[in-house]
Design a protein around this ligand. Structure first.
Ligand SMILES: [Zn+2]
Length: 67
């Protein structure tokens, strides 16, 4: 489902990456390992909104494993 389709040319690959970025927009589940805060954001390089810790786990919502 989220695998890169084969046989894409450069333009198609770029378009696929744009769609991937859009899918990530406001779709990153963030979990602070330090204070347990949980929130949803668009970026994976931000510190915890609650305590400022950078010990944060980022999971793209569409990457949640089955079961
Ligand atoms: Zn925190």
């Amino acid at each position: 489902m989220t695998e890169i389709p084969r046989e894409l040319n450069d333009d198609e690959l770029k378009e696929w990456q744009v769609r991937l970025n859009e899918a990530n927009r406001n779709n990153i589940f963030c979990h602070c390992r330090h204070c347990g805060e949980e929130w949803v954001d668009s970026f994976t390089d931000i510190p915890c909104k609650s305590c400022g810790s950078r010990n944060v786990e980022y999971i793209a919502c569409w990457q949640f494993p089955d079961g």
